[in-house]
Design a protein around this ligand. Structure first.
Ligand SMILES: Nc1ncnc2c1ncn2[C@@H]1O[C@H](COP(=O)(O)OP(=O)(O)OP(=O)(O)O)[C@@H](O)[C@H]1O
Length: 457
């Protein structure tokens, strides 16, 4: 902590070119017990910091002269332990999110709620004061996440390390079995909440009717089988991380309740009047295309944007084949050690065979294949015939390069399907004129189902 010797007060530098906002922030934060310094632009902020380092900088993003991203870069280079919270206009959220990815702790949109701001700062500085989290020296294998030399996973891990210490909500996307849950674990372990619980909720397999009481809890007698009071999983994540797996599977009622929780950070048990505040970081994961679901009206747009403050995309295994040999060997050794059997090695042709497979079930499939091979073979070196791979679909279907026309036709079809066959909307989605869409539909002989509307030219 950077608190000066003469005072135990924590210090905050507020930076904004609007004198009214500056005054408001100074008053609010002083009355919350902080020592507050002020600057009206980025250059002045750096001068102030050179005179007196602070615990936290609260800065506007858009300012004349040095802008928010430049100021962030300067501060991170010279005072790496100083936390930065950004204030941004609603329309500039993408810029603020990019800054969080570059090391800012969090952001708030203007107009902001003063109470929420103070709570955010209190929580952030309280955690900064806490002893170093175990995640500080985390080695990936501690969460069981193995990667080889693939650039695709290196990029994911770099982003994980950058955003883990912040408080932002994260949406992890990726096909089933790619390791999204392990990524969530890593985010938790690398955060300042790593001493708190990581509560995993599988929204995909929990029965819709049960999910509400699982998440929010209930009082005794709230419904027929509520024989005793139960704490909800959200509350159980107090001080830690709530991981909502398969978020695309929740009902529209649950979407509304979750959105309310994300906005207000309070929960109310079923059958209870009182609400309680919960301080937890939320990470969600999905293997569905949430954006398409938003377009089809099956997933709330406002919830989608609340969840995907930062998006992390875990690539399928076929896009990071460099990782396959290391993962295969890791699973083989893990299983053999657990089962007390002598671990075989993999011949060069077996490795080639594993690397060329398309792995539709991703890392989970590779794990199962290696376990089965270790169990079923008693050889010292595993050859391709010892490995049971699902047969691949005929390669000419998946590998044949698409002609430009074919891929254009597929794109048009996908857009039309997504927009319920309304050509006007599909044209808008693809950023082409209605006339061009009409022409392409005719060119490719695409049949519009009767319920689809045809636009007037
Ligand atoms: N990089 C990895 N290193 C080691 N094990 C991995 C890795 N990625 C995935 N696994 C293993 O593969 C299996 C699936 O991983 P995980 O549950 O994290 O995937 P997921 O993307 O969350 O899947 P789903 O969408 O089906 O929930 C687990 O057994 C996990 O341990």
């Amino acid at each position: 902590m950077n608190t000066s010797d003469t005072s135990l007060q924590q210090s905050i530098l507020v930076v904004d070119d609007d004198p009214n906002i500056l005054h408001l922030l100074q008053t609010r934060l002083s009355s919350a017990g902080y020592q507050v310094l002020a600057a009206t632009n980025g250059e002045q902020a750096l001068e102030r910091l050179a005179e007196q380092p602070v615990d936290l900088v609260l800065s506007d993003v858009k300012m004349p002269g040095m802008n928010g991203p430049e100021l962030l870069q300067e501060i991170k280079a010279t005072w790496p332990n100083t936390q930065i919270i950004l204030l941004t206009a609603y329309g500039r959220i993408p810029e603020a999110v990019a800054m969080v990815q570059q090391g800012a702790a969090d952001y708030l949109t203007k107009p902001f709620d003063g109470r929420e701001l103070v709570e955010k700062i209190n929580a952030l500085l309280a955690r900064q004061d806490a002893p170093a989290a175990p995640g500080d020296c985390l080695d990936l294998t501690q969460v069981g996440l193995i990667t080889g030399n693939s650039p695709a996973m290196a990029a994911v891990l770099a982003l994980v390390k950058r955003v883990a210490p912040s408080e932002v909500t994260i949406l992890i996307e990726g096909e089933s079995g790619t390791g999204k849950e392990l990524v969530a674990k890593m985010l938790h372990r690398l955060s300042s909440r790593s001493n708190g619980p990581l509560v995993v909720v599988d929204c995909g397999t929990t029965q819709a009717s049960l999910l509400e009481s699982e998440l929010f809890g209930h009082v005794k007698g709230a419904f027929t089988h509520a024989v005793q009071e139960k704490q909800g999983l959200i509350q159980a994540a107090q001080g830690g991380t709530l991981f909502l797996d398969e978020i695309g599977n929740i009902s529209s009622e649950m979407q509304t309740r979750l959105l309310r929780f994300l906005q207000e950070r309070t929960v109310r048990k079923l059958g209870e009047i009182r609400t309680s505040t919960v301080d937890c970081r939320v990470i969600a994961a999905t293997n569905a295309d949430l954006l398409s679901m938003v377009r089809q009206g099956t997933f709330r747009e406002d919830l989608y944007y609340r969840l995907k403050v930062v998006r992390l995309q875990v690539p399928p295994l076929r896009e990071r084949r460099e990782d396959i040999p290391l993962l295969a060997d890791y699973f083989l050794q893990l299983f053999c050690k657990k089962s007390g059997i002598k671990c075989p090695s993999l011949s060069a042709s077996t490795l080639r065979c594993l690397t060329n497979h398309s792995w539709p079930g991703n890392v989970r499939e590779l794990r199962h294949v290696m376990e089965a091979s270790a169990l079923l073979s008693d050889r010292i070196v595993l050859e391709p015939e010892d490995i049971q791979l699902e047969s691949e679909p005929p390669t000419h279907i998946i590998d044949a390069p698409l002609s430009l026309d074919e891929s254009e036709r597929k794109t048009i079809m996908r857009a039309l399907e997504q927009m319920n066959w309304v050509q006007k909307d599909a044209a808008e989605l693809l950023g082409i004129s209605r006339r061009a869409m009409h022409y392409k539909v005719r060119k490719y002989g695409i049949e519009i189902p009767l319920r689809g509307e045809r636009f007037q030219e």
